[in-house]
Design a protein. Structure first.
Length: 546
RNA sequence: GGGCCCGUGGCUCAGCAUGGAUAGAGCGACGGCCUUCUAAGCCGUAGGUCGCGGGUUCAAAUCCCGCCGGGUCCGCCA
């Protein structure tokens, strides 16, 4: 477990004896300390004098190298030893660089789109955030399981089943698209004929009572939808360890258990329906007709999570915020752990919000297909092998990066012209930097097995900055895990690719000889490793040639 | 009506955690760079009242209050 940048930061804090609040990243130094401003204020002195005084009686220790005072800031630069240890650690630990040694059982539940049709671009945002978090948590050391929670008991599933019974499924279509067709048609029928409402309600009651042929039809329709959804997710390099059906919690007794727990604490009010009084609005747990609600099953699911995991993370659309708060509040009433929830804002279309019910959405399949076609056009004009695979990797990378780079709480507007514009794709920029590293190393090997030998005293300013940035990779993972913001990693990699290109422009590698050559090859190899590890965390293939 | 989120160059976004030294990218625009390790790249130029107003502070894009604009939630739906 090596966390280079944090070690340096810790040394800075120790040698000044200040806490983390006063030590910050800065453009002017590797780390800058602002404590002098605070002391100056308290003691009515000049910050510059205070800073100078502090520095005078300061013993550099560990990885702390040069220290200078500028305008009251105390600027710290890492030592040559730090740079050397960073590069050597990266090369030695290789694919494990980024591992933080954190421990614990973590469940990440994400995507969980209703199985009434294909994934649309909003669900993609959920899947990509969730999958990226899962990858980063694993890298940090956690034992991670991912769940797709299947809402097989919802009203819309009953409608889809009704559609299936009335019209069947179009076998020529991808199964999730066939399901949504039946679902949309059934909705249209219901609008025309109110009688069908009762049909839907009946289906729901019968399913909840496990009536055989109803269960069979629900299972059939849900499996069909999931089959299609799973295929789409596979294209995106998103994999769930398990698909958990909510009806399962009715069968296995957890629903009953959680209701009993609530009852014993006197929390449930029973009138015609059963409900819990809450500040914002009451939560109904059992309908007048005796059936349970989504929240009831979800409470049971979270009771189960409590028994099996130390931490659980849910990725949910921000329209579920009130729901999430209430769920957590009820769990707290039972002295149970609450989920950590990542809320993401909506992906809307230029013409407005999406709706599965009205069949108004951009499906993930369509987006993938069209971006892929666009990537193929670009690859066509180039001399290379495996054009199809490269186009695929570039297309999926472009899509994943586009979604993950935006902070979850920012609303997104999905725009076809932008999605298909490869000039603005930033994933391929990172993939390209990685391919460049590989190319240099490949050639070096061809010229005779090279020795890699980093010498900090040979570092130029550009090289030094690049190495410092490499040291922050584990630190970035730590921040993602702490804040649940996978966009930090996207930002980090973009920045790294940028710095590498600067290095590439200003320095030759293979044309050099002797220790400079070995020194630069070590840097290139270290950059290659971090780019590759980072792309892996984003679920983007690190191409060696493109 | 109340709650929550967002508002940063023409466009898409980063930065807000922990206030700090010239607010960063990409696209678009304009000009340049392939006889040198991959031009999916690089360099340069133009372009910003960080939604508005107030407050706290030596210091505010960042913290607090109010307002405006957009989104979303407020079901015996999921």
């Amino acid at each position: 477990m090596v966390v280079m940048f944090q070690l340096f930061k810790r040394d800075v804090m120790r040698c000044l004896n200040v806490d983390e609040r006063f030590v910050k990243e800065s453009d002017h130094a590797d780390l800058a300390c602002t404590i002098a401003f605070k002391i100056a204020k308290e003691e009515g002195k000049n910050p510059i004098d205070v800073a100078n005084e502090l520095v005078e009686r300061l013993e550099p220790m560990g990885y702390v190298g040069k220290i200078e005072v500028v305008n009251g800031y105390i600027n710290f630069f890492a030592s040559e030893e730090f740079l050397e240890d960073t590069i050597n650690t990266i090369i030695d630990t290789d694919e494990n660089y980024g591992y933080l040694g954190l421990r614990g059982e973590v469940l990440i539940e994400h995507t969980s789109a209703n199985p009434d049709g294909p994934l649309h671009v909003g669900h993609m945002r959920n899947a990509i955030i969730g999958d990226t978090l899962a990858r980063i948590f694993r890298k940090a050391g956690f034992n991670v399981k991912t769940h797709y929670y299947v809402n097989d008991m919802g009203r819309q599933i009953a409608i889809a089943v009704l559609g299936y019974r009335m019209f069947g499924l179009d076998e020529s279509k991808k199964p999730d698209h066939a399901v949504v067709e039946a679902y949309v048609r059934a909705n249209e029928e219901i609008e025309r004929n109110e009688e069908l409402e009762r049909e839907v309600e009946k289906l729901m009651i019968e399913y909840e009572n496990f009536k055989d042929e109803v269960v069979r039809d629900f299972r059939f329709v849900v499996e069909k939808a999931l089959e299609g959804i799973r295929r789409t997710l596979e294209e995106l390099n998103v994999r769930h360890d398990e698909y958990v059906w909510e009806s399962e919690f009715l069968r296995n007794g957890y629903v009953e258990r959680v209701l009993k727990m609530l009852e014993e604490r006197g929390l449930i009010k029973k009138e015609r329906a059963w409900f819990i009084e809450m500040d914002e609005k009451p939560v109904v747990l059992r309908r007048e007709n005796g059936t349970t609600l989504y929240v009831t099953r979800d409470l049971a699911y979270h009771l189960w999570k409590n028994e099996n995991f130390e931490r659980f993370v849910n990725v949910l659309g921000s329209d579920h915020k009130l729901y999430g708060r209430q769920l957590s509040k009820i769990l707290e009433m039972l002295n149970l752990k609450t989920p950590e929830i990542v809320f993401f804002e909506f992906v809307s279309l230029p013409e407005g919000s999406m709706s599965t019910r009205r069949g108004k959405f951009v499906s993930a399949d369509e987006l993938i297909e069209r971006v892929y076609e666009e990537a193929k056009k670009i690859v066509e004009g180039r001399e290379m092998e495996n054009k199809e695979e490269i186009a695929k990797a570039v297309a999926i990378g472009a899509i994943r990066f586009d979604f993950v780079k935006v902070a979850p709480e920012k609303p997104m507007v999905f725009d076809w012209t932008k999605a298909l514009d490869f000039e603005r794709q930033t994933a391929s920029y990172i993939q390209y930097a990685h391919a460049r590293c590989c190319s240099i190393l490949r050639k070096a090997v061809k010229m005779g097995m090279p020795d890699l030998d980093f010498k900090p005293e040979l570092c130029t300013k550009v090289e030094r900055d690049l190495v410092m940035h490499l040291s922050k990779f584990p630190y970035t993972i730590e921040r993602v895990v702490k804040d649940l913001k996978p966009n930090y990693m996207a930002e980090y990699l973009l920045n790294l690719a940028n710095r590498f290109n600067e290095f590439y422009r200003e320095h030759r590698v293979l044309d050099e000889s002797g220790e400079i050559r070995m020194h630069r090859l070590a840097i290139v190899d270290a950059v290659r490793i971090v780019l590759r590890n980072g792309l892996e965390l984003l679920g983007i293939e690190a191409l060696e040639k493109m």
